[in-house]
Structure formats: C-alpha cells, structure tokens
Design a protein around this ligand. Sequence first.
Ligand code: FES
Ligand SMILES: [Fe+2]
Length: 342
Amino acid sequence: MIFDEDSPFQVLRQTWQPVALTRDLPAGGVMGYTLLEQELVIARFEDGTLLAADAACPHKGARLSAGRIVDGCLMCPYHGWTFGPTGDCKNIPSLVEPNPQKCALSHLKSYEAQDRYGMVWVKLDPAGDTPLPEVPEFENPAWSYRLGPPMKFAAGFRREVENYLDMTHFAFAHGTTLGKCADPRIPDMTITTHDDGFQMDAPFPALETPHEQPGKLQSAHHRQQRCHLPNFTTIRQTFTDGDERVLVHIPSPNTRESCTVFWSLAISPGFDGPEPDGQIDFAIKVLDEDREMCELQTPREVPVNPTRGGWGVLVAPGDTLANTYQKMFRQWLQKHLDAAAT
Ligand code: FES
Ligand SMILES: [Fe+2]
C-alpha cells in the first residue's frame, strides 16, 4: 500500500501516546488533550479509574474537558448530563421520565488508557498491540526518577525526534548551555537496527569549553541512543566512573504541525554530580533552545514522502541518524499499512 502525508497519524492511532503527567491528573481530575488531531477528555474517577473519550458531549457538543467529577460521574458543565467510568450516560437531568434509549444513544466514544512511567497514556485504535517499551531504570526505586514539565512545540513530532537524535547542533543551538565550541563533528558511531527501531552507540568526548552546567554532565561518556518507533527515544549516558543517566523524549503529536514533548530522567544510585532537580532545570533550558530550533524549521513537519518537499541537503555522518530515523519510520509505516490491508 502506498502511503501519503495522512498515513503517519492513521498508523500512530495504533500506538500508546502520552497525554498527561499522572501527577497532573489526580483522583477527581478532568483535562483536555488533542491527540492526533482528535480532541479528548481525560478524567480520573475517585477510585483511580481513567476515562479517555471524545471531548464533545453527545448532547450539544460542549467540551467535557470543562466538566468535573461529581458523585462518581463525569458531569458536563452545560446541562449536567453525567457519564460513568466506561463512558456510559448515567443521567439526563432535563428528562421528566428516565429514558434508557436516549442514554444508550449518548454513550461516549472511549479509548484505552493506562498509567506508566508517571504519565497517562492513550491508544486511539484498539488494533494496535505494541506495548510500551520497557525501561527498567524508570521503575527501579534505587534510581532517582524525575519527570520534566511537558513542553509544547509548534513543530511536527518527527522534527522533534530528529532534533533529539542530532549531535551536530550543540555548538550552535546550545552555545551557552552545552558549550560554545562543542565540536560539530560527531564521534565515530555504530548503528544497529532492531525489529522496532534502531540504536546508536558512540564515545562522547569531554567538553573543554565554557558551558553552563558545571562538570559531570558534559564530561566524557558513552552515549547510547535507542529509538523505538514511532517516537519513543532514550539516551543513555554512561560516565567513566560508572554513573549513568537515562533520558526519554516522547513528542506526543497534537496536530500535524505541533506536538507536546513528554520527557523524564532517571539517574543511577549515588550519582556523583548535580542534584536531580538541578539536572531537570538545566534540561529545561536546553530543551527550550531545541524548541526554538524546531519551530524555525520549514516545513513544520518532515515529509514522509521526500519527493514532496524533500528532507533537505543531508550530510554524512552528521545527519546519518536523522536519515536512519526517516527511512526506518517509512518502513514502519509501510509494515503497518500492509498489515492493515491484509
Ligand atoms: S452539551 Fe453537555 S449536557 Fe448539554
Ligand atoms: Fe538539542
């Protein structure tokens, strides 16, 4: 099956995408999120049950994300219709006589939702059966685990993945934070492919140049970047003293040209370096610089079909990882479209 620029969102519906931090959606919490151009309401009932459903109320389309949890139900703010944890319509206050038929017609269209890694995840298409990638360090209590604040990018999610894989922009886009004279030439790297993506391994030299974060974080380490398609990418840094950090970025697509980057950091026990919260503060500054660069790029999303706009003039080895991502993303897309067609 041939794919076009609509295909990525069609297939991403089969994957788990983050929509909120668990801490931002406590019991009784209600919020809105646009995932893959679909407006959702995300709610947590008093017993912890999650509901992810289309945001438009079946009555007159008011956004249920402006509603609240009342007596174990999600209540629409406009006329007070209420919905249970499975999206079933429980009550229509304006009815003089209960009318089960009207309630049955008003069942919310709901989706699978789960909590993992401190985030709330939603899958729009039940056909997808790929579980979330396993990152044991994120659930190991001996490690320090920190969630960064989700950050909105006015850029497509593939722009963000490329940026996260790119090692040649540090000297320019991160001149102040990471180092003014960071070497734009990348170290020798090894790329291995997996069924669900690819991995890059490289020695990373120490920066001898002025940069904002003192010491450790820019010292020599082994860098391993693991991309689980379509958009779950970790960076593991292993320092010469054995300390480790594992970062993840998941640019959750809102629209074709915008995404919200969910990210977190796990730090190995006894890490000899900046405190975890300081590392998060520093990473926010770095990510803000990345956001600026992603938002400068045109078109706002990398085309899946390079004949329609191209990927730009890419150079090896600097852009090899970006190239690998785009090529493997296309293969991943094709595989899923072919599976759906049979
Ligand atoms: S629009 Fe929701 S109850 Fe009327
Ligand atoms: Fe960057």
